[in-house]
Design a protein around this ligand. Sequence first.
Ligand SMILES: N[C@@H](CCC(=O)N[C@@H](CS)C(=O)NCC(=O)O)C(=O)O
Length: 215
Amino acid sequence: MVRTLYVYEHCPFCVKARMIFGLKDIPVEIRYLLNDDEAGPIRMIGRKLLPILEEDGKFMGESMDIVAHIDNIGKNRLSETVSPPISDWLSAAGPILYKLMLPRVACAPFPEFATTAARAYFVRKKEPSCGQFATLLEDGSDFVAALNTHLQTLAPLIRSVEAVNGTLSTDDIHLFATLHSMSIIKGVIYPPEVEHYRQTMARLSRVPLMDEHAA
Ligand SMILES: N[C@@H](CCC(=O)N[C@@H](CS)C(=O)NCC(=O)O)C(=O)O
């Protein structure tokens, strides 16, 4: 069966969908769409939202639906046991992360921004909800400090570097996607347990971190 996953490199939801293929060693072709390509996703699922999985000519949106669908193939399913402190940690990190990540993503050399028009589309679309990127880039040091404090509280929650709760679960999908987004922010200090976890998950899921583009 031929499977194609349409993604943006920076997108945390796309990271979630990509991860399950790596974790389960299931082949998939990754295709990047330009950020201003509205017609493609709308033709596939009726709205401009990635990730989208194409399987035998059929299309599926929603990252966690894709995760569940691929997880149902073969052995080694994700555990259904999740840990409330992990979702609490993620909810608290989200608002800080958002304002730091989006302006940095907008400057990175990702395939979804291969044209000037695609990059401009992203900025135009995200700035209204997030604030002027130039201003956010000028001084984010308080936000970075807040993120670093928050990361200290994640370290004791990591039970294994191969699975945050000891057995792979959707908590790993959500947590790694957030750490992946964080990786584009320079000055973030990862406690050793978190560093080991994010490097291990990048390897196991075959989704590279964005460290090299950190700004
Ligand atoms: N609930 C969706 C959310 C997906 C989502 O928000 N994707 C973003 C990219 S991170 C998107 O395609 N937004 C439209 C845009 O960027 O124009 C999922 O989990 O797949």
